[in-house]
Design a protein around this ligand. Sequence first.
Ligand code: FNR
Length: 196
Amino acid sequence: MKELTDLTELKDLTELNVLALSGSLRRNSYNTALLHAARKLTPVGLAIELDHELGGLPLYNQDLDGDTPPESVTALRRRVADADALLIATPEHNASVPAALKSAVDWISTAPQQPLRGKPVAVVGASPGQFGTVRAQLALRQILASVGADAVSKPDVTVFHCDTRFSDDGVLTDTYTIDLLRGLLDALLIKARAAQ
Ligand code: FNR
């Protein structure tokens, strides 16, 4: 099999679609802003669509998780299944993944068709603190591994002191972070192509 490492060739193929999930429900979220930045930096060959529906999901409840789960859950599972890859931005809440994101992953993970199994996923995160969501990202990677998703390992995009890296209107201005994001999206493209 031909090795899928030549980005120039990969970018000539059909466009792959990436579903971007933000673990923050906050209106002026840095993590959602990071996804908007990624969207603008998307390499040829990828299209990123932001999902704005996580806040509409109920908290995971096994009593609701039967043959007819809530419509919002079914719709999310479908969007994930239809995506060629995921890009997840996680804030860090008390050194871990925020409840809304964990709950969403739990809902997706119990879908009969297992849409996360083998799914290429890139993880990013932003925090005003000095660790830049390192702990939340580690926790998220552990969760993703347990459901069989295929996470991109490098580069790490842990945006520490994120309040200094965006303009007042939420545009990513930090060139170091922009370069990291570009590198991650290229790595996601390679992984998603290989998974086809
Ligand atoms: C936080 N925050 C935070 N930050 C961090 O770096 N490590 C942490 O453990 C926590 N813990 C934490 C718990 C709770 C309940 C809240 C509300 C916040 C701060 C957090 O990084 C900050 O609010 C970010 O701005 C959240 O991301 P968004 O919403 O801007 O994307």
